[in-house]
Design a protein around this ligand. Structure first.
Ligand code: 13P
Length: 284
């Protein structure tokens, strides 16, 4: 179908009360798994790349891989740069052709977060690239960003509208109690905070930390305005676990092409199950 702008995709999702899945890829096979899952479910989808992944493959190679898949796809596909505080890398991704970038200046004081986010919004506008920004600090490890329990804090609802209004960010990611990585216990999600933020912020809202959340939590987050849900850890685990599974079943096999295809197909199954939970299936 096409390589699309994230912003429009998410506004449609918010108004129709479903969420677009944003899945972190680690290589061309995981990218293909995301696109195949979206096509199988007739869902719009976002392929996300962490900073580490961008550094491993380089901007040109990653964007070429995703654009080639997107242009052949029968559903809308977007490419998003996940948590990044390096403004030079953000600029490189914008210039290379990402359709969306996230500036994560959430660990800086509020005024610095606003200034850095504004800078990225100004950088992105001439290219029609969507910008996501975060307020509060989401606990856990995402790529090179480590936030421990003491450093983590929820978004300040008083500052949410100010942040979004001043920065003109397209997608807002408030820390609401979800976490990156594997949950150690039942997470306490601040649904009241999400509700308050969503009543003030009319644009798209992103929910981070999708791995391990219950169907009920997804449902409530979506009903309160969450239009983009990020899933990274589960994609990586599925990809890795499928490799061990393959070798258990085929201990003598050594043909990488067969192994990679198996890993892609297993990862696709997991992504399809998230699309079902997010209600984005059948929207295309
Ligand atoms: P998980 O790794 O917990 O799925 O979180 C993904 C995420 O929010 C990426 O920004």
């Amino acid at each position: 179908m096409s390589y699309v702008n994230v912003h429009d995709m998410l506004l449609a999702a918010r108004s129709e009360k479903y969420a677009v899945g944003a899945f972190n890829i680690v290589d061309p096979m995981t990218a293909e798994a995301v696109v195949r899952a979206a096509e199988a479910k007739r869902a719009p989808v976002i392929i996300q790349t962490s900073v580490k992944t961008v550094k491993l493959y380089g901007c040109a190679s990653l964007v070429a891989t995703v654009k080639t898949l997107a242009e052949k796809a029968t559903v809308p596909v977007a490419l998003h740069l996940d948590h990044c505080k390096d403004l030079d890398l953000i600029r490189s991704c914008i210039e290379a052709g990402w359709s969306s970038v996230m500036i994560d200046a959430s660990t800086f004081p509020f005024e610095d977060n606003v200034t850095m986010t504004e800078e990225v919004v100004n950088m992105a506008r001439p290219y029609d690239v969507t910008v996501e920004g975060e307020l509060g600090a989401i606990v856990g490890v995402e790529d090179d960003i480590h936030i421990n329990e003491q450093e983590s804090h929820l978004a300040d609802p008083e500052q949410a509208l100010e942040y979004v209004t001043r920065t003109e960010v397209d997608v807002f990611a408030p820390a609401i109690g979800t976490a990156h990585g594997v949950y150690k216990g039942e997470p306490t999600i601040a649904f009241d905070l999400l509700e308050r933020v969503a009543s003030q912020v009319k644009g798209a809202i992103a929910i981070h930390g999708g791995t391990g959340l219950s169907d009920e939590v997804f449902k409530r987050c979506i009903s309160l305005g969450g239009a983009k849900i990020n899933v990274s850890t589960q994609v990586k685990h599925s990809f890795r676990d499928s490799l061990s599974e393959y070798f258990q079943q085929n201990p003598q096999d050594y043909e990488p092409v067969k192994i990679l295809a198996y890993m892609r197909d297993k990862t696709q199954e997991v992504i399809e199950s998230f699309i079902d939970k997010f209600g984005s299936g059948g929207k295309i």
